[in-house]
Write a protein that binds this ligand. Structure first.
Ligand code: PLP
Length: 402
């Protein structure tokens, strides 16, 4: 009989190890059994007749998923492409930009490193420059985020990239306001919404960025390898995938080129995308609607953050308005300069202690630009407040030993 705190009443729908207190939905998501079974049925269909599947069926099947995604995230189907993850979607956008010598690219110090690395590579090749805004953490307000980004915009700024919800610090950015001001300064906007669908309500068209990409394998709990990229009509003409498939040279009267190019980018497992409508329906069934699920998880996040902050004797790092269904707490100690993302081990020794001594999976990392050591909690339908109370006790024990 486990002595670990019980997860929520929904946890039985997931395949998560009952001997692990899983508080890191944010990094890779977690897919419920019913959704994996739906994907399995599409895999069976693919393997029964692969030629028919790839040559005749796949486009119409992807269109059904496209309609479900467009409805969920608030955009038109014509500019919606499926890609395996945000890392590749951002690389695809950057490749289409064709940066020029002297261009400036605005990022900030809370961005996911893959996106900054790809921009740095493209800028080096083009003779352009990456400019990094510093966003204070703890973060007093949405205004502080807005002002920090806008402060580094110059007449040379070609494009700005920002996360709608940041990875290390879980900040909800004022995406619409930033987009409107950047557009007014003649700057293109690329939004990394990796964590957004399923955490907070999303209206992609209303935000009006030039490019919006997000993961569906994170908060909507879809199969791994499911992300989308939406391209504004202003930038859709001539926009192409990184790799052109064996169908790319064909002139098609029956399908617009954007969708035809992105619907088949070589042989791969597209079944995760086909399972999206069933995944959405399953997640909605848990609490009755997306809104109810997001509200439940957000309320749990605010309560869990308070429990952890009380145990550490610290204040929350952000006002509630900047919180979705993850929260980052500044914990005692110095953050590692690498940010805590090295594979092959848990980089911060505290993360390893939490796994080894308490069976808690939660990320301990840092914001290298500002030196703090950070702990990020995630709250999904399978989590319960008892699990964060247990985390708070474990943190007290392990930090006292340091
Ligand atoms: C803000 C942000 N952007 C991009 C990514 C990359 O997502 P993926 O690994 O699915 O490409 C992540 C992953 O955690 C993220 O947090």
């Amino acid at each position: 009989m486990s002595t670990l705190p019980a997860p929520s009443e929904h946890a039985g729908h997931w395949q998560l190890d009952p001997e692990t207190v899983f508080l890191n939905h944010g990094s890779y998501g977690a897919c419920p059994t019913a959704v994996l079974e739906a994907q399995r049925r599409f895999r069976d269909q693919m393997e029964r007749e692969p030629v028919r599947f790839f040559m005749l069926d796949i486009e119409a099947m992807l269109d059904l998923s496209r309609e479900a995604v467009a409805d969920f995230v608030g955009c038109d189907i014509e500019g919606l492409a499926f890609l395996p993850n945000v890392t590749q979607a951002v690389a695809t956008i950057i490749d289409n930009l064709m940066l020029k010598p002297g261009d400036e690219v605005v990022v900030n110090d809370h961005e996911y490193s893959a996106c900054v690395s790809t921009f740095t590579k493209a800028a080096r090749r083009a003779g352009a420059r990456v400019v990094k805004a510093t966003i204070p953490f703890p973060t007093p307000s949405a205004d502080a985020i807005y002002e920090a980004v806008m402060a580094v915009v110059t007449p040379r700024t070609r494009i700005a990239l920002f996360s709608h919800i940041t990875s290390p610090t879980a900040l909800v950015f004022p995406a619409g306001r930033l987009t409107a001001s950047l557009r007014a300064r003649g700057v293109e906007v690329l939004i990394d919404g990796a964590h957004v669908p399923g955490q907070i309500p999303l209206d992609v068209r209303g935000i009006n960025a030039h490019y919006y990409t997000a993961n569906l394998h994170k908060w909507p709990c879809c199969p791994k390898g499911t992300a989308f990229l939406w391209v504004h009509p202003e930038r859709r003409g001539g926009f192409e995938p990184l790799a052109l498939s064996a169908r790319a040279h064909l002139e098609r009267a029956d399908r617009d080129r954007f969708r035809a190019l992105f619907d088949y980018i070589g042989t791969a497992d597209y079944t995760g995308f086909l399972a999206l409508p069933e995944a959405f329906a399953f997640l909605v069934s848990l609490e009755g609607s997306w809104e109810a699920l997001e509200m439940r998880n957000r309320a749990l996040t605010l309560e869990a953050r308070r429990v952890v902050c009380d145990a550490l004797g610290c204040e929350p790092a952000t006002p509630d308005e900047l919180v979705g269904t993850m929260a980052t707490v500044v914990i005692p100690g110095v953050g590692l300069p690498s940010g805590g993302t090295a594979p092959g081990k848990y980089e911060d020794p505290l993360q390893e202690k939490l796994v080894e001594n308490h069976r808690i999976q939660v990320p301990v990392w840092s914001l290298p630009s500002q030196g703090q050591r950070l702990l990020r909690i995630s709250c999904q339908a399978y989590n319960s407040i008892a699990q964060y109370e247990y985390l708070a006790g474990a943190l007290r024990v392990e930090l006292a030993k340091e």
